[in-house]
Design a protein around this ligand. Structure first.
Ligand code: BGC
Length: 254
């Protein structure tokens, strides 16, 4: 009996607090098959404005088909439940409905860090790793994706674990390093402390660090003082795009 071969290409969009990026993805390898199109996230990041930018990115990619989209918030049944680094009017909005209507194409949506983790576990630094694996993305906020033997526990939101009386991401995100003009040494101290708080409660077997600042990993990852083995995301900042495309193909949207 002939079996249908799963599509080997997909299109992923990563919606972040500062940029909206998309590309065509090779679903066998996680590599990008096209240029990465990036447009700044609109200052007023309302559903309408963001959907317009997403449409421009998909148009530039010349893609037709199911699109995977990451979103920087809790996503349940396609609906945004929080909005830490995006316009508050998203809370309660049907992201899947807004995007599929604007694009005229089927859409799957999921949390941005969950998507990045899915890609790292399939193609990157978490490939074939059993046990408790924690993926963290350091960008405008801190995103988290928790896996137990390769199975995702969605929407973990560990960027909002309290560290010394403040949200963890307000202490140690990539944006905090820029805003406070911290050196890598200073910032790595904050990241170590944040990770120690997580380690106390979770005892992960592996932590994978990603997000924009993972491109400069050699400047800060060796400075971390944590008991858990730490690896840098292999797909660097493209993990969200690859994970979104994969989630769309495999029906792993939320
Ligand atoms: C949000 C998360 C998101 C992370 C990274 C946090 O502020 O609450 O949902 O994954 O930022 O974008």
């Amino acid at each position: 009996m002939a079996t249908e071969k799963a599509a080997a290409q997909g299109f992923g969009i990563d919606i972040g607090g500062s940029g909206i990026k998309g590309a065509l993805v090779d679903l066998d390898t996680g590599e990008l098959l096209s240029d990465r199109f990036r447009i700044d996230t609109p200052k007023q990041s309302t559903p309408e404005n963001v959907a317009d930018v997403v449409a421009q990115v998909v148009e530039r990619g010349g893609y037709q088909g199911e699109v995977g989209i990451t979103f920087p918030s809790v996503v349940q049944n396609g609906i945004a439940r929080t909005a830490a680094n995006i316009d508050k009017s998203w809370i309660g909005t049907d992201i899947r409905g807004v995007m599929s209507e604007r694009l005229g194409m089927p859409v799957e949506v999921l949390n941005d860090a969950d998507a990045a983790g899915i890609a790292e576990l399939r193609y990157g630094s978490g490939k074939d790793v059993a046990g408790t694996v924690l993926m963290l993305t350091f960008g405008t906020g801190i995103g988290s994706a928790l896996f137990i033997d390769g199975i995702l526990v969605p929407n973990t939101e560990l960027g909002h674990i309290e560290v010394d009386g403040k949200d963890g991401e307000k202490r140690a995100s990539g944006a905090v390093k820029d805003d406070k003009k911290l050196s890598y040494e200073e910032w790595a101290g904050r990241v170590s402390h944040y990770l120690q708080v997580l380690e106390k409660g979770l005892w992960p077997d592996l932590i994978i660090v990603g997000g924009g600042i993972s491109k400069k990993a050699e400047k800060w990852v060796p400075l971390l003082e944590n008991r858990t083995p730490i690896k840098v995301a292999k797909l660097l900042n493209n993990a969200g795009i690859a994970g979104a495309a994969l989630a769309a193909r495999d029906g792993q949207g939320r």
